[in-house]
Write a protein that binds this ligand. Structure first.
Ligand SMILES: Nc1ncnc2c1ncn2[C@@H]1O[C@H](COP(=O)(O)OP(=O)(O)OP(=O)(O)O)[C@@H](O)[C@H]1O
Length: 242
């Protein structure tokens, strides 16, 4: 399934070398009832090399989702500096943030597919929003569905696909617009081992094509099976990176 590589258009897959992610002294403080505000992240500093594959590890409540939300720009840090794809996000205008978001793909634990659209239309959606031509859309969506091994399910609604198929479809949708950074928050949490391996193989393949990939997981076995740099969080602090 993973042997067939997508054909890079215009001679490239993503902007290789521009996938840098750097956090410097980052803190994320969540509000709450008076006196109950809490730090989800505290003093977190690290740098991810462009086109690297990275694990994000830590127990429940350690801050993994908070870190990923900062990385895919759905949260703003309370303190510190967040640089994504080489941009200091606090300095960007709303317009520039929207542009940067388009270069980031996100995969969640639950697939978040649209139930009233076919598999094909779910993958096509990001390209339709960007207004790409129908010819390019057809080629790119077909290529993505082939890559994730779902070309034969193109006309099906997501609800009749298996959990693993839905998650592969979610990956196809997240990467069809060729993001430079792919952030995955426990993408294998609901899958059996075989399906989980298939999903990780796709994400590893994506990294080999030049995308920076960050995958949060509770799995003890996947990071051993697929060795890669790992960020480990505990109680909101980065306790190791390497
Ligand atoms: N929206 C929020 N409001 C208040 N506190 C929050 C919010 N989101 C997260 N937190 C708190 O921040 C801390 C880190 O949570 P986060 O969801 O980032 O951890 P996690 O490692 O992803 O956990 P899990 O593995 O269970 O998903 C926790 O103490 C959590 O209760």
């Amino acid at each position: 399934m993973c042997q067939a590589r997508p054909v890079a258009y215009k001679g490239r897959w993503t902007e290789r070398g521009r996938g840098l992610v750097r956090f410097t002294g980052v803190g994320m403080r969540y509000g709450g009832p008076r006196g109950r505000a809490a730090w989800g992240l505290l003093g977190v500093s690290f740098e991810l090399a462009p086109a690297s594959f990275n694990w994000l590890l830590g127990p429940s409540g350690a801050g993994k989702s908070s870190l990923l939300r900062l990385m895919h720009l759905s949260l703003r840090a309370t303190e510190g500096r967040v640089e994504v794809l080489g941009e200091d996000v606090a300095r960007l205008s709303r317009w520039a943030l929207t542009g940067l978001r388009r270069r980031i793909g996100v995969v969640f634990q639950d697939d978040r597919l649209l139930p009233h659209l076919s598999a094909y239309e779910n993958v096509a959606l990001p390209l339709r929003i960007q207004g790409v031509t129908e010819m390019r859309l057809t080629a790119d969506v077909g290529e993505m569905l082939r890559w994730v091994g779902l070309e034969h399910r193109a006309e099906e609604p997501p609800e009749i696909l298996s959990g693993g198929e839905r998650q592969r479809l979610a990956i196809a949708r997240a990467i069809v617009a060729r993001p430079s950074l792919l952030v995955a928050d426990e993408p294998t949490a609901n899958l059996d081992e075989a399906q989980a391996r298939r999903v990780i193989a796709l994400l590893r393949e994506l990294h080999r094509m030049g995308t920076t990939v960050v995958v949060a997981t509770h799995s003890e076995t996947l990071p051993v099976e697929y060795p890669a740099p790992a960020l480990r969080l505990e109680e909101g602090r980065l306790v190791s990176h390497g």
